[in-house]
Write a protein that binds this ligand. Structure first.
Ligand code: T4K
Length: 383
């Protein structure tokens, strides 16, 4: 059966950036040129901030040049120190922003269904050194926000959500950026919505806006006063202009992705050994990734074999987030990186695979990807 399929003439990647009509971008860039204002709180930046507040249904927002700097500033703005409890199943940026703040990441195990930090295990990791929780809405699936809030309130901890994958996610109509003290959205080119590079912080406390905006602009209060050791985290006018154009494209992109997710489900549901992404009830999804979990024994082919074999067909899936952050050389010495502490994460990270997923994929391509995947199964344990 495997022989029936040929290597594809063009590679299929995990994602491709959503690109708007170049003429629309040119028109918008003309506005930037006319204003002769390229960065430092320009008119596009102001407009973009307002529109995002509306779309994300949040009270307050601050734009950034990328999501990682935004998270570094989030930790600074809440004055986190000591230890912060986080997840090992994430992109390197998540624990690294703690290290950049001289904070020690404490890795907590994850939930086997949502792949998010296991809220039931957080409490046992809290010590007098703990000042906060940095949780990730992995693949756009919301964390157990209620339980995390309860624990944080009980112990006086701050909560930051890394919502890099969760653009415009809502829980029963409430924007995901309303939970925790601060949430971070990434607008990297690979995201559903992007500004090539970029990001934003959202928060409820209006006092935070002043502090965050100072921190992302070197701490400059005015021409003669620098009031804190800030960084350069500013989004420029070209990024903001691209974002403003792309905002009109995301609903359509989301619809396309919803349809593609439906196709994947049609072809792969009920296949022994595969568990597919699903959207929790009441959640508006970001459709950021289409994730499958492969039980190698039941499916007849392991996740790593599937990943390698796909490459031979010119299909590039991703093993996000392998290896676990706790296995990086800079973190593996930490007591919380002990494999016994992270049993679920260890298992999940060896079984999860992100399939190609973006609006530009055709029904035929999804059909082919699924056919090829199924042929691996029939190919048994061959390499
Ligand atoms: N927290 C979490 C949970 C995150 O996932 C991320 C970022 C962050 C924080 C930090 O946010 P930022 O500072 O990035 O705003 C990509 C992205 O670079 C990264 O933003 C993202 N997470 C991560 C999950 O994915 P890579 O190393 O996998 O990217 P790369 O270059 O391998 O691209 C993936 C595929 O996308 C390529 O194989 C082809 C396609 N692609 C990519 C780019 C950049 C294109 O077709 N065109 C392009 O321009 O990290």
């Amino acid at each position: 059966m495997e022989k029936k399929f040929k290597s594809l003439p063009e590679p299929i990647y995990i994602t491709r950036p959503l690109l708007p009509d170049i003429n629309e971008v040119s028109e918008k860039l003309q506005e930037v040129w006319d204003s002769n204002w390229l960065t430092n709180n320009g008119p596009q930046h102001g407009l973009f901030e307002k529109k995002l507040i509306d779309i994300l249904k949040v009270p307050s927002l601050s734009l950034f040049n990328n999501g990682t700097i935004a998270l570094i500033v989030a930790c600074q703005s809440l004055r986190l120190s000591g230890d912060v409890i986080t997840t090992p199943f994430s992109f390197p940026a998540t624990p690294h922003v703690l290290s950049w703040n001289n904070i020690r990441p404490v890795f907590c195990d994850i939930d086997s269904v949502t792949f998010n930090i296991d809220a039931d295990k957080i409490e046992s990791m809290i010590t007098p050194q703990t000042t906060g929780i940095l949780a990730v809405h992995v693949f756009g699936t919301p964390c157990d926000i209620k339980k995390i809030r309860e624990i944080a309130d009980r112990y006086g901890l701050k909560v930051i959500y890394d919502a890099a994958h969760a653009f415009n996610v809502e829980i029963n109509g409430t924007g995901i950026g309303n939970f925790g003290d601060i949430s971070m959205f990434s607008f990297h080119a690979t995201k559903l919505f992007h500004t090539a590079e970029g990001g934003a912080l959202t928060f409820k406390d209006p006092n935070l806006k002043k502090r965050i905006d100072l921190l992302k602009n070197f701490g400059i209060k005015n021409e003669e006063e620098v009031v804190m050791p800030g960084i350069n985290g500013k989004m420029n006018e070209i990024q903001a202009a691209l974002g403003l154009v792309l905002l009109d494209y995301i609903e359509k992109e989301r619809e396309k992705r919803a349809a593609l997710a439906g196709l994947y489900k049609k072809y792969l549901a009920d296949v022994e050994g595969l568990t597919l992404s699903s959207i929790p009830e009441g959640v508006k999804s970001s459709y950021q990734y289409f994730v499958i979990r492969i039980n190698g024994k039941k499916f007849g082919c392991s996740r790593d074999q599937v990943y390698e074999r796909f490459k031979k067909y010119n299909i590039f899936t991703r093993k996000y987030f392998y290896p676990l952050c706790s296995e990086y050389t800079c973190y593996k010495h930490l007591p919380s990186s002990n494999a016994g502490n992270l049993r679920t994460a260890k298992k999940v990270v060896s079984e999860v695979l992100c399939l190609p997923f973006y609006g530009g994929l055709s029904e035929g391509q999804i059909n082919e990807i699924c056919g090829i995947l199924m042929s691996f199964r029939q190919g048994g344990s061959k390499n």
